[in-house]
Design a protein. Structure first.
Length: 117
């Protein structure tokens, strides 16, 4: 069975990863295509490990693409074979900035809490 990949949305209906992808599509179509292809691959469990995906701890994972800049989508698993993309960044370094990890973890808590309702 395949997994379903969905995007985190705030209570107000804002979708940060979709907004990031829209900007990426306009600024760097090649990286956009690679990231979208990576998200599509996450539907298959064989891609839930390196080199495409990597566990970051506490249930958080990263999908990474190395292009001109490192493009990363942070995500987690939900029940019923669902993957939720939480946050996306581009940076020059190897490490994910602590503030971006904190943002992804807060969104993961928010999504899980709202999913219980």
């Amino acid at each position: 069975m395949d997994f379903i990949v969905e995007f985190y949305e705030t209570e107000a209906g804002k979708c940060p990863v979709r907004e990031f992808l829209d900007e990426l599509k306009a600024s760097d179509p090649d990286d956009f295509a690679a990231v979208v292809a990576g998200l599509a691959k996450l539907r298959n469990r064989q891609y839930h490990r390196e080199p495409l995906s990597k566990a970051l701890g506490d249930g958080l994972f990263e999908l990474s693409h190395v292009g001109k800049l490192n493009t990363r989508v942070l995500w987690f698993f939900m029940k019923n074979r669902r993957i939720v993309a939480l946050h996306a960044i581009r940076n020059k370094g190897q490490a994910i900035p602590a503030r971006d990890l904190a943002t992804a973890r807060e969104r993961m808590r928010d999504w899980r809490n709202r999913a219980k309702q």
